[in-house]
Design a protein. Structure first.
Length: 144
């Protein structure tokens, strides 16, 4: 998985209440973000969440950089309990291949929190491929 600073919309952002991402992707810029190809949003927990009940991560597009005007959710995780929001956990959603066809200028994240979190950070990226890196193999074997 290769990440791009220009396609990162949260960088170790503290999430203690419902919020939008601190950074946005300006879709009006002349750049190819891979539209038409499979794209994914990868939400990686840095600091484990604590204190609240659950969270849900969404990818949204909007007309303004504050992500408040004509907001459309294009992908979201399910509701994730706080117990599953551990450090280094990742949550991945597939994005619709025609992001620009919605006519919105900005792409970003939205974080919905139930309860009040006392800790928790998220880094969120748009990528064209994913890796899980969590493959487990049997132990106790010999290579001859």
């Amino acid at each position: 998985m290769i990440t791009d600073k220009f396609l990162r919309f949260s960088d170790a952002q503290a999430i203690t209440t419902t919020a939008v991402s601190t950074d946005k992707v300006d879709l009006s810029q002349a750049r190819d973000i891979g539209e038409g190809d499979d794209l994914y949003a990868v939400f990686t927990v840095g600091t484990a969440f604590a204190g609240g009940t659950s969270a849900q991560f969404s990818v949204v597009v909007a007309d303004d950089a504050a992500l408040t005007t004509n907001v459309t959710t294009i992908a979201m995780t399910g509701v994730i309990t706080t117990a599953n929001l551990t450090a280094a956990s990742q949550f991945i959603v597939r994005l619709a291949p025609l992001i620009g066809s919605l006519g919105r200028r900005y792409l970003g994240g939205s974080y919905t929190v139930v309860g009040t979190m006392t800790a928790g950070t998220v880094t969120a990226d748009i990528v064209s491929d994913i890796q899980d890196g969590k493959k487990s193999y049997a132990t106790g074997f010999s290579v001859l």
